[in-house]
Structures are given as structure tokens and as C-alpha cells.
Ligand binder design. Sequence first.
Ligand SMILES: *Cc1c(COP(=O)(O)O)cnc(C)c1O
Length: 435
Amino acid sequence: MLLHSTRNPEHRITLSDAIAQGIAPDGGLYVPDSLPKFSPDDFAGLTELADIAVKLITPFAEGDALAPVLSEVCHDAFNFPAPLVTLNGTPGPASVLELFHGPTSAFKDFGARFLAASMERIRARQHSGRKLTILVATSGDTGGAVAAAFHRRPWVEVAVLYPTGLVSQRQAQQLACWGDNVRTFSVHGNFDACQRMVKEAFADAGLAKSHDLSSANSINIGRLLPQMVYYARSALLLWRATGKPANFIIPSGNLGNAMACIWARAMGLPIGDLILATNANRTIPDFLNDGNWQPRQSVATLASAMDVGNPSNMERLRALYSFDEIRQQVSAVSVSDEAIKSRIRHDAQAIRQIWCPHTATAAEVYWNLPEDQQAKHWVLVSTAHPAKFNDIVEPLVGHDLPVPPALAQLLTLPRQETEIEPQLSALRAQLQGER
Ligand SMILES: *Cc1c(COP(=O)(O)O)cnc(C)c1O
């Protein structure tokens, strides 16, 4: 199968090339020429994420250099679970899909690990002597996941840029605890400044000469395909148990996680309704309301990993469906910081569930569903472990949170980072200087 740019259907390339390039030269995003079709029976006997991943992603790699190593890539990437846990104390059947059991306690570990595992195989075939340098600007979760996934892989260097003081204490620790082939830059600016510096680095002639630059940001198709897998698995488990489709509520920002679910449903997985839960950044709910696509500046909220004013994956959704179809496919609800706080407080007491601020948006949407909707089986997608955002959650629930082992281990490591000014020249000097 080939993929093409959302801005030019004539520009077609293989999966390996799309993963290596990240974004198309015309600024578009890569999407598959067509989506393969499955029925639930095609997955009979498969229960492990890695095995379902191989089945689901194989058609995308057909004819590509990744095809013979795809099974290896999937087993490398899917080495931690995504449990579907029953939620008690709800009016109808409901579950939580826990996506926070990876090395940095957020769902972005799935995409980052698959990207690293596939880039490693793609590199090996190119016999290039030069190391790759991955640049990543992060508002908090992506940088840690990418650093963890690429750490100590000998063919690559990673440079992580994050805005000083604008991530949680534990996120900052997860960004700066790596060392070796990972360099972490604490940038005296906001996330937009970090992103601008990365964009400028790609356009810089001097850096192009001295470095083989690549990106690991969320528009890379290599991060989206693996995210289909946990939707497929959880929907199949429910289908086998009840004969009914799974309905998902997904905390959304850049729409990467939800886009993967929409593709999985279009490919024939037993997925029913889909609701996007956003924070106070209302670009998507407003669009679904009136059809006007109006990207805007993001506003800061408690669910900071979803602070996106211009969700880039909407371009993929609009390439797949007309506006009327999109309105049939998904709905979206915006949740305020006040509602996030009271939801965390309330559910900790009432049903003994502790949510991270992002997952709390999904819980809030669930509890506000009309009564007739609550009879369906809903799956609340839990995108991060609450202990990662303990500075927000602990004061609301009134006690300390247990720390998952992977996070606890990272918290013991020394921080290694360099503070830099928000200018390309500062980044260039660091990358080109002696370490
Ligand atoms: C990145 C992130 C989101 C938003 O996911 P998108 O793919 O950008 O929609 C939600 N929750 C957490 C914890 C995240 O890190």
C-alpha cells in the first residue's frame, strides 16, 4: 500500500518513507490511499496487543521494506499492557481503557515506541554512517515518551525542547533524567517558541549540512498506526463478551489519539459512538457546531497536554470525510477547568476512581450523557496516570497518590539539562558545539 499527502493525492510514497519524512514536502500529512477492511472474525484467537498490531498494520506495510520486520517492530513496541478495567458505580456498563502503563505513564509511549522501533529497522537498511538527530518540541508528555523510546539506541541523538516552568514537576523530571544520547533543553519561552525553533532548525542550511535531522512529532504516521491497536483490542474483547460495539470517550487535543480510533472503526472494528472530550480549547466543538474551521491561540488549562488551538490531525479527518459525515462520525464536548476539578474531587469520593486532569474530561462527559445513552457500553480512555500530575490531583483528592514503578524509578535519576534562550542560534550552538 502507498500513502499520499492530504494536500496532493499525486504525491505518493511508501510507509517507510512516510515515517522517515514525518511531514510531506507540501506541508500536508500522510494518509493511506485506502483503508484495509477487517471483520472481528479476522482476529479470532488473538488477544495480545502485539499480535493484533501485526494483523492490523500488515496491510499498510505491504510491499514496503518494513513488511518482513513488522512482527519484530510490533513486539518491540508493544511491550507493556493496555488493560480494559471495569468501572464500578456507574448507571450502565462502563470500562476504563488504561493507556498509562508505559515507561512515561501516558499513552504517547505507544506511538513513540513504535516510531523508534520502525525507524531503527529503516535506518539499518539505509547503511548510512551518520547518526540521525531527532528534534522534538514538547508541551510535556511527547518529549518524555520520545526520549524514553529512543534512549541508548546507538544510531540516534535526541534533542528535547520544553518551555521552562510550564510543565508539571514530574513531567520536567521525565524530560531531563535521560542523558547519554538524549539532550534536554529547558527553553526560556513558551511551547510555541520551542516549536518555532524546531521548525527553523529544519530550514537552517548550516544545520542541514552538519546534522541528519528528523522529527518525532505527533503528525508522523508512525505514531498514529500503533494507536489503532488498543482500540481494536478493547473493542474486540467487548465484542467477544457481549456481541455489542464499544463506544469511546477520548480526551483530545491534537486529535492524534482519536484519529486512530476513527480509522480503526472505518476498517471494520466493532466500534460504535465516539465522543471527543476537549478542555476549554474549543476549536473542534465549535467546528462541529457551525462548520467553520477556526484555528486559534491555545489557552492554558489544567489538562495541559490538550492545550491545542489548531489541532493538526483535523486535516486527516477532513481528508477522509465531508463535514456532514464528520458530524455523523463524532461529537465533541468542551469541559472547563472548574468541571475538571469537581469531577476529580467527586469521583475520588463517590466511585473511588482517581483521574488525571485529561482523563477527567472524559469522565465529565460520561456523567453528563443523557439517560438513554448511558445504557450503552462506554469506554473512558485514560490517557495518563494521575501521579504524573500529582501537583494538580493530590490537593483535590486530599491525599498522596501511589507512584507507578516506572515513574518512581525515573524520579530517582539526576536531572541533566541545559537552559537556553528561545532562539535558533542558541540551539544551533548547542547542537554544533562539543558535548
Ligand atoms: C497528548 C495527550 C492528550 C491529547 O492527545 P491528542 O492525540 O493530541 O488528541 C491527552 N491526554 C494526555 C495525557 C496527553 O499526553
